[in-house]
Design a protein around this ligand. Structure first.
Ligand SMILES: C[S@@+](CC[C@H](N)C(=O)[O-])C[C@H]1O[C@@H](n2cnc3c(N)ncnc32)[C@H](O)[C@@H]1O
Length: 309
């Protein structure tokens, strides 16, 4: 589906094992129960064990070659991304997304933005000129250490390690722009659905949540190939192609389950849902734009703005 909301980046090198294309691999209240959506104990336990593995993988990737782990262009493996070139890709992505949101008059306020799965702050940095305050969250301490080092010049940005399946450090209804890009696609679906529930919990009235995810493979030979193999077999292939022991995984998130998470939260509306190509060839992606009705008074919002977390 064509989209002026979600513009795929054109051209670039492709990496068979990830399907990535040139860079795009590519409170106050307690969090809701859907932070781990399975009420069944054993399923929750499985989700937790997936989380431990996820942390270890991204910890290691952030130590080894963080720019390439974020934007997996094969030509850039081994520390060959230039920082200015790398961060320029983030500026383009954020300007595109903010312009599309602004065309809808959203977000109504620009007090607080949240970048979920911020990596080394490629997109967090690009959000900084547009919001009073930006929080970048990542599961990987090594990624966050690099983000702090690379963005030390920014006064309105905070980076947090979040070794959890929820976002309990962020207050309900406090974030004007929730953003997540090429992150949910790496998280097992039960966990990813929980995080999306958290995006909805923290979204402020008049705010917008923009998040990309993968919902399956496409009809190309690559897609059919990816779809025919279990994750363990794909991981072996990735280890061979990338010549490294630690590899990230791709995890499709069923859109129907996402819709069920949305229904558990009141006052939300899906503005748009577009096909997205950020994950690269072989993978079929989507990008959702969700807003919360601005049903509170300006006085209330002003008080939230002064005390967002
Ligand atoms: C491909 S990188 C994308 C980084 C950033 N969004 C960008 O586009 O520049 C994926 C990031 O998601 C982070 N991540 C993976 N699982 C996560 C989780 N459960 N919670 C927060 N961050 C996570 C990884 O550590 C990694 O930094």
């Amino acid at each position: 589906m064509a989209s002026n909301w979600s513009r795929p980046e054109k051209g670039g090198k492709r990496d068979l094992a990830s399907g990535n294309r040139n860079g795009e691999q590519r409170h106050r209240q307690q969090p809701r129960d859907d932070a781990i959506p399975d009420s069944n104990g054993s399923r929750a336990a499985r989700a937790d064990s997936g989380f431990g593995q996820l942390r270890r993988v991204w910890e290691r990737l952030g130590e080894d070659d963080p720019f390439w782990a974020v934007l997996s262009d094969p030509d850039k493996r081994g520390g060959r991304w230039q920082a200015d070139e790398f961060f320029a890709t983030g500026k383009l992505e954020i300007e595109t997304q903010l312009a599309a949101a602004a065309a809808r008059g959203l977000p109504q306020l620009r007090a607080l933005a949240l970048d979920f799965g911020c990596g080394v702050g490629r997109l967090t940095r690009a959000l900084a000129p547009h919001f009073q305050r930006v929080i970048g969250i990542d599961v990987s301490a090594s990624m966050i250490a690099a983000a702090k080092r690379l963005n030390a010049d920014l006064g309105n940005v905070e980076f947090r390690v979040n070794p959890a399946t929820h976002l309990s450090g962020i207050a309900d209804s406090s974030v004007d722009f929730v953003f997540s890009h090429i992150t949910l696609q790496h998280i097992p679906a039960p966990l990813a659905l929980g995080y999306v529930g958290e995006f909805f919990r923290v979204l402020a009235p008049g705010g917008v949540a923009v998040f990309q995810f993968v919902n399956g493979v496409d009809a190309s030979w690559r897609g059919r190939f990816f779809g025919s193999l279990p994750t363990l077999a794909l991981n072996m292939l990735r280890r061979l192609v990338w010549r490294r022991g630690t590899v990230f995984e791709m995890h499709p998130m069923p859109e129907a389950e996402l819709a069920r998470v949305l229904l558990r939260h009141s006052g939300l509306r899906v503005l748009d849902a577009w096909d997205d190509f950020s994950a690269g060839p072989g993978w079929h992606g989507r990008r959702w734009y969700v807003t919360r009705a601005a049903n509170v008074t300006e006085t209330r919002r002003a008080s939230d703005r002064n005390n967002p977390c």
